[in-house]
Design a protein around this ligand. Structure first.
Ligand SMILES: [Zn+2]
Length: 372
């Protein structure tokens, strides 16, 4: 929790993501106990509802996940797919709202990111909301798709919602979920492997889009507080706050700069320029998933790779094969340099901030049905 506590920000991270997801898991387990009631109700519903489930997602990040979990049994429409608009100020068209109102299942991010979507769903529609699953509120950092805990919770919740909507396809959704969990687990392992072999990872961000991703990757946020708060509040950045950030970049307090290309401004352009002149690598990240990717795992995997390479240009070049398996040995070798700088409390706090970065095998903790 250390890294979270260190950075006061207007968009506060969700402190109890893992706990909230675990609680969801327990609820699902107890729901299985009364399966006969559920089946009875669901069968009645099945008589009226057949064919592909009409799913409308506010944003394509979650829409792509719905497609992965639902496969051909769902028909997914994502309202906001463009990486060229300001996601936080997005205003849906009337036709978008009509689609939402007709959806059988509405998938939303929540936490104030897409209030228009949850408000527009029909009275009988099922809502699957990332913020509800992890306990995020308006004012919390809303970029939940970049959180591995939120993704795990959403994938399970989607499989559950789809199974209720089409009980005869339950096994298929369970199989899709399991396959997804495997891909996500491999991504977790790659992130953990990198964190195990690199110390004192820091970043600054033009906007906090990648907060959860960087936290999952054991980076600590070195963005100056005044700047971060001004951006989170959607206001102008004061010249003094901008200069403080530029000085932090010049001094090397920021290992890499995360540039949110969807929230560009004169200020962010200046920061990117400062990074370029200071030999601080810049990684561009958008809010919505770019067209080039089909799945969240593919996209986030590619972003992770670009971050690995930005920090360590040689990473994975000649040890691509053992990057995921040999972490024990590599850790023993490469954590040596850190003992020289062991007085740096930041390094160790970064580790505790993402409390399960070191044991990705624990991903299973959030799954309620390991025995099935
Ligand atoms: Zn954002």
């Amino acid at each position: 929790m250390g890294a979270f506590g260190m950075q006061l920000r207007s968009w506060t991270p969700v402190r109890s993501l893992a706990a909230a997801v675990a609680a969801v898991g327990l609820l699902l387990v107890s729901a299985c106990g009364s399966a006969s009631d559920d089946d009875g109700r669901a069968q009645a519903q099945e008589e009226t509802r057949t064919g592909a489930i009409e799913v409308v997602s506010s944003v394509n990040q979650w829409g792509s996940l719905a497609k992965e979990i639902g496969g051909d049994a769902v028909d997914v429409t994502s309202i906001l797919s463009s990486t060229g608009v300001d996601a936080h100020d997005f205003e849906p068209k009337t036709s978008d709202l009509a689609k939402l109102s007709r959806a059988e299942i509405v998938v939303a991010n929540g936490a104030g990111y897409d209030t228009w979507a949850t408000k527009s769903r029909g009275p009988d529609a099922t809502l699957v909301s990332a913020a509800q699953i992890v306990g995020a509120m308006d004012g919390d950092n809303p970029h939940l798709w970049f959180s591995k805990d939120a993704r795990a919770g959403m994938a399970k919740e989607m499989a559950d919602a789809f199974s209720k909507a089409r009980p005869k396809q339950r096994k298929r959704f369970a199989a899709n979920l399991k396959a997804w969990q495997q891909r996500e687990h491999e991504l977790d392992e790659r992130m953990a492997s990198f964190a195990d072999t690199h110390d004192d990872l820091t970043y600054g961000a033009t906007e906090s889009v990648a907060y959860y991703l960087m936290s999952d990757m054991s980076f600590s946020d070195a963005t100056p507080k005044g700047y971060a708060q001004a951006v989170a509040n959607g206001g102008e950045v004061a010249p003094a706050d901008l200069q403080t950030f530029q000085k932090a970049i010049e001094k090397g307090d920021v290992g890499i700069l995360i540039n949110n290309t969807q929230e560009a401004s004169d200020a962010t352009n200046m920061l990117v320029g400062t990074a370029g002149r200071s030999d601080v690598p810049v990684v561009d990240i958008s809010e919505q998933m770019p067209d080039d990717y089909d799945t969240l795992v593919d996209w986030i995997g590619a972003l992770s790779d670009s971050i690995f390479t930005a920090v360590d240009p040689d990473y994975g070049k000649d040890s691509a094969d053992d990057a995921g398996t040999d972490t024990g040995d590599e850790k023993a070798n490469t954590t040596d340099p850190s003992s020289e700088s062991s007085g740096n409390a930041d390094g160790s706090q970064t580790q505790t901030g993402t409390d399960d970065a070191g044991d990705t095998g624990d991903t299973g903790d959030t799954q309620p049905d390991p025995g099935r």
